[in-house]
Design a binder for this molecule. Structure first.
Ligand code: COA
Length: 263
């Protein structure tokens, strides 16, 4: 069954338990204005609330761009205060993607620049088509990344290469992004969504509650003031109180496939 929800700047569709968010401003290379970022946040909430959804794909409309950055024309006259609000609002939505209790994959189908690279980095996994290009070109505009690009790029590829990309504004190819560990897979444009669907299907066979705990524990590693090891002890213990644990262990002992129930 396919369910459609209408937004202004994004398209959403649910099929086979996968909720797809397509950023839909192809004439602006899917640049993220404020409305678009808000809609992405709202769409994530819709997907989380729908128990029929087991995973989320975020992609861009058209053959050329995933997202070519924040919408430059929208912030061209911003003040210091407006810049801070823009950054804080974007960071909040992107953090909600990173902490989404269901797996989120960026299907990077072209330019992923500035806020586009940051959006992809806030997802749990990234698959790129072979025409994709990644970069943080903000310094060309007298800016820096504002949607946590200075933080997540370091987390994903390490300080040396992150420093280089952030300071040179260089664009890198999908294969370079793969070598750096910025993306999980590179594929053809035709296969892009299929590969994402296969990954989500594989994850959907596992315990949904355990997947959520994985997301939270990995986030704890990067959260200031949180001891990730202690966080894991608590999360591990919580798993023993779930129906998923009972089902997983029973299925193993009974030598049958698991049948986890989503709630
Ligand atoms: N914000 C607003 N509009 C954007 C945009 C952005 N980040 N990126 C692209 N666009 C718009 C262009 O202004 C153009 O609109 P127009 O047809 O009304 O003039 C349209 O999208 C097509 O882009 P264009 O530049 O003509 O395509 P191109 O193939 O020649 O170049 C890029 C592609 C991605 C290299 C180029 O668009 C670019 O450098 N974009 C900005 C990237 C950036 O700095 N991102 C970080 C922003 S903080």
């Amino acid at each position: 069954m396919i369910k459609e929800v209408i937004f202004e700047n994004i398209l959403t569709a649910t099929a086979n338990g996968i909720f797809t968010i397509t950023i839909n401003r192809p004439d602006k290379l899917n640049a993220l204005n404020k409305r678009t970022i808000e809609e992405i946040g709202e769409a994530i909430n819709v997907a989380v609330a729908d128990s029929a959804v087991h995973g989320i794909i975020i992609t861009g409309s058209g053959p050329k761009a995933f997202v070519a950055g924040a919408d430059i024309s929208e912030f061209s006259n911003y003040s210091v205060e407006e810049g801070q609000i823009l950054s804080a609002d974007g960071q909040r939505v992107f953090k909600s993607i990173e902490l989404c209790p269901k797996p989120v994959i960026a299907a990077v189908n072209g330019f992923a620049l500035g806020g586009g690279c940051e959006l992809a980095m806030s997802c749990h996994l990234r698959v790129a088509s072979d025409n994709a290009k990644f970069g943080q070109p903000e310094v060309k505009l007298g800016l820096i990344p504002g949607y946590a690009g200075t933080q997540r790029l370091v987390q994903l590829i390490g300080k040396s290469k992150a420093m280089e990309l952030l300071m040179t504004a260089d664009m890198i190819s999908a294969n370079e992004a793969l070598q750096l560990g910025l993306v999980n897979y590179v594929t053809t444009a035709e296969q892009l969504i299929t590969i994402c669907e296969e990954l989500l299907k594989k994850i959907s066979l596992q315990s949904p509650k355990a997947i959520t705990e994985i997301i939270n524990c990995v986030d704890a590693y990067y959260t200031d003031g949180v001891d990730g090891f202690a966080f894991e002890v608590n999360a591990f213990g919580k798993c023993f109180g779930t129906n998923d644990f009972k089902e997983g262990v029973s299925a193993f002992l009974e030598k049958r496939k698991t049948n986890f129930v989503r709630s």
